[in-house]
Design a protein. Structure first.
Length: 233
């Protein structure tokens, strides 16, 4: 797997390079946004780790130009700017994940694993585009998974990125129960420990997005002791 690290802090760039090389990634490093864009468009990379604050072009500008050029290489943004507005902008530009500095090596490796798993079918498994829904529309709700965008009653609603990812997993098999453990593995990766309470809290946020009455859910049902089921009309 080839990874391009785009980071203008030399110490952090070296640390990331050593971390990924120790996990058998082929790593290249670039410190300028404009040069990173040129390399990403022709370099056949499997993943970009992209800082936001860069000389030449910002990470947001690089990401926007990549997506405008129909480049679907997975991108994880690395930034010290942890505001909700910055995260919303990143997801509107179709970033795959967003990591706020400082972060632990295990957190980053877990996110990389999850992003790569979502972007590629398992070995020997054919890619089935229909199993990965890009949009949902029911009742007064519209969900765009690719843009991480939600709207209810013609009003845009903000939600954490993980809410969209949880809902997308459930939408693969509507009407079927999905266990909490399976949801955690699919969304965060098997290498990352997530308390089930974290998942349950995000499900509550999803209900505020999609349900007419979140206290009496019509679509996203709890199956006690097991997990959740998405019932679509």
């Amino acid at each position: 797997m080839r990874v391009l690290i785009v980071e203008d802090e030399p110490a952090l760039a070296r640390g990331l390079e050593e971390l990924l090389a120790s996990r058998d990634f082929q790593v290249e490093v670039e410190e300028r946004g404009d040069r990173a864009l040129a390399r990403a468009l022709v370099g056949n990379f499997d993943l970009l780790l992209l800082d936001v604050m860069l000389p030449g072009l910002s990470g947001f500008e690089v990401l926007k130009k990549l997506r405008s050029a129909k480049c679907s290489t997975p991108v994880i943004l690395l930034t010290a700017r942890g505001s909700e507005a910055d995260k919303v902008l990143g997801f509107e530009l179709a970033v795959d994940d967003y990591v706020t500095k400082p972060f632990s090596p295990l957190e980053l490796l877990g996110r990389i694993s999850a992003v790569l798993r979502r972007s590629r079918p398992a070995e020997g498994e054919p890619f089935a585009a229909e199993s990965e829904p890009e949009r949902l529309a029911f009742g007064e709700v519209e969900i765009d998974f690719k843009r991480y965008f939600a709207r209810k009653n013609q009003t845009a609603i903000e939600a954490p990125a993980k809410c969209f990812e949880i809902l997308r997993v459930l939408a693969k098999t509507p009407g079927e129960v999905v266990s909490r453990n399976h949801l955690i593995d699919e969304v965060w990766g098997e290498d990352e420990f997530i308390n089930q309470r974290t998942l349950d809290n995000l499900v509550l946020k999803i209900r505020h997005v999609i349900e007419p009455d979140p206290a009496d859910p019509r679509y996203l049902k709890t199956v006690h002791g097991v997990g959740y089921r998405l019932d679509l009309p």
